[in-house]
Ligand binder design. Sequence first.
Ligand code: NAP
Length: 512
Amino acid sequence: MTLPSYLEGGWRTGAGEGTPVADAVTGELVTRVTSDGLDLAAAVTYARRTGLTALGELTFPQRAAALKAAALALQERKQELYDLSARAGATRRDAAVDVDGGIGTALVYASLARKGLPDHTLIVEDDLIPLGKGGTFAGRHVLTTPRGISLQINAFNFPVWGMLEKLAPALLAGLPTIVKPATPTAYIAAHAVRIIADTLPPGAIQLVAGGIPGLLELLGGQDHIGFTGSAATAARLRADPAVTRRSARFNAEADSLNCSVLGPDAVPGQPEFDLFADALVTEMTVKAGQKCTAIRRAFVPAHLIDPVSEAVEARLARVVVGAPGAAGVTMGALVGLAQRDDVRAAVARLSEAGSIVYGDPHKVEVVGADAERGAFLSPLLLRADDVDRPEPHEVEAFGPVSTLMPYRDTAQLAELIARGDGSLAGSVVSHDRDFVRQVVLGAAACHGRLLVLDRDSAGESTGHGTPMPQLVHGGPGRAGGGEEEGGLRAVHAHLQRTALQGGPEILDAIVN
Ligand code: NAP
């Protein structure tokens, strides 16, 4: 029952009892997770020697071909990943966000690299920059593969997407990856690695199920650490000497009190009114709200808060909570009972600032499962009329929870948005250009991504909560201050930029 780790090209099982992981729906034991006794130092050496060498022998398009092969292998067997995801509480729609989202991201990266990167292992960023009047001295920037590894530490909510969106740029950059999945869903990530391991060059991927004691001590300036998870863990890792003293590159994607804003023009009867209510309910219920980009703060004009609340409540009343796959179920379970306790505690704090207008944190009707054995929770809509209270701007309830708040005007709105202290994603739902422009200009500095939603773009819109591989994902401040994806930017971020100086001919000879 112990989940093995994939290290040095083989599956190895840690010692001891390990941490039990229960089925989110039935409470039955799924697996135990432990890395006790595994030789993580040998894994790092294997990555540095075998992985780095194998990837270094491939040009960018060849690495892209390996990435594509991995994505296609997952595509072939994605039903297995859906089945495992159901044990973590995910409905088919939830699993598609993680599994198909991850495969799609890897395929986009493979395509971007094939079209946009040279048939080489080095990228030349710019033309010759003259540095002397006589034309004999110049400079230019090149990007090369560091002599290191990529360690990715992932959150529990996206075991497949989270792994692939970090693996893709690292692999293309020529860095071997060690994956450390979150314990509650490590069995899903491990299965994905089982599917892709043979499609990748030796040493390109390894996975540690369980803790990684001592591993950061082995990392330094040539290595990249990509973290996704809570702000508290991000702060701990950021303070590690691997980062503070030895300058390992560190990118954090942390939690975020994302907002959505309804424009004053979007009164009942306008398409934007419904788009706003639909988006809010979608974000509350997909993955049972366990999404770092989900809407936590919904700002609406003061005169519209009653009709908006009624519209959202009516939609939430149609949500059917229960076992993934059971008839009619539209929202699954949280990942586990501990997570449900955390969300209930966060809701109790949020309730100090307002009232729950839909749902009961301790009661939910469940289809096809036992409400107490499984980690089920009702969607919970709160309303906080006193927008100056700190809780809605500070407390992240990582579940199907959102708070409605009124605003007076765009000046107050900009202040309220900024109180989230930096977010991954925000949205403005309005058909009034001036309003949208004012909100976006006021809020952009607090966001990694902003979506404008209106009747014209709704048909093709990818929605508030979906990061796109072509666009940056990350956010300032509380959101971690990092940046992932964004097309080839993410590949560049894994490479070392070096300014070369010398005569034009020798510089040409080097880069060609
Ligand atoms: P978490 O408790 O911070 O854990 C995240 C990862 O860090 C897990 O793999 C965890 O491993 C690992 N970890 C914890 N302590 C560590 C240490 N001392 N050294 C090395 N690794 C350590 O977060 P979570 O509960 O999994 O995820 C939920 C949070 O993630 C939410 O706050 C959410 O907002 C955020 N999130 C952000 C994004 C984003 O893109 N910005 C995406 C998804 C989620 P174990 O599980 O083994 O403890």
